[in-house]
Write a protein that binds this ligand. Sequence first.
Ligand SMILES: [Zn+2]
Length: 376
Amino acid sequence: MSHSHLIHAIETRPAHPSIFFFCCTHGNEVAGHQALDQLFEHLYDMKEHINANLYAVLGNLKAYQERTRYLDKDLNRIWTRENLLIEQADNDPVHEISELQSIYQLITDKARDKRGELYFIDLHTTSSSSKPFIVMNDSLKNIQFTASLGMSVVIGVERFIKGSMLDFFNSRGYVSFAFEGGRHDDRDAVYAIEDLCLKVLIKTQAISKKSTERMNNTTSLNPSKFYEIRYRHKLEAQDEFHMINVYRNFQPIRKGEKLALHNQQIIKSPADYTIFMPLYQDQGEDGFFFIKPITYFRLKIISILRKSSLQERLIPRTNVVQSDRNTLIIYNPGIKRYQLKLLHLLGFRKRKNINGKKSIYKRNERYPQPVEDWMS
Ligand SMILES: [Zn+2]
């Protein structure tokens, strides 16, 4: 199956960076496919001016043919080592596991001999209309890369969503994020996605600014605006839920504002926040998220701290055991508030609570791992 996942490729030299663009990870989100077709049409014409290995990968082939999000399982929730290694029986296999394994085969085949940086960009669209945005794990590498893409960037998704492709590659030390271009059937989503891809090409120096002018394009790099996810309003399968008002994605909300009706209970905002991904369709696991803008000052501190050789010394030692560079075990009664804030700045986030006795904190600051180590 793997040959047809690859819809476009331009290969230069192994020492150049390699960029993997993914579309149709969700089969009904076809704008990414159209955008990549348009983009590569230009790129093939200017091949001699390209300094990168570029791949366009179509994710869920069968779901794409049937124009549905997925068949058995969401392809963007199953990116785990276990699923990549599982040997499926011939009768009744989970469809998306087969897709996952053949995509992985393709990526490792292409990445194995490369010596430059690798980038993984997953292109999506949303069911309701929204301005375009990036969502990604909180890692310094991701923050630095996206800081000049002129986008709204939401970080901290790893706390709430497990098994995404972006998490898989970010935790192997690479820049990896998802881009939501707008509403599924909105023509502007295609342009937004193509524009983002161009910015990635400029940022990685895959193409020069001059070559984009040759493409008659006015894309340029600008500062991004960062947000952090603070809260998810989780729903259970049987729950009755609807939003009280119509909110735009990224709309600021006030403390005490009535937001939603959840099993006959009114949900009010506990503080001033920005609302993110409010649910207006019948199905979904998340009612809405609260996000908060991250100030430029805080971003500066994050970048200074995480690059500093002193950061290890800032980790509290009372009730804390560091099991490796990126993992802390914090025993109850836990640590002070200011220490927790410091850990957040260093990139540590709570991932697990064990019997209320201890919590596991992890962060995403990794060195890039060679392909041979991705499964270890
Ligand atoms: Zn999607």
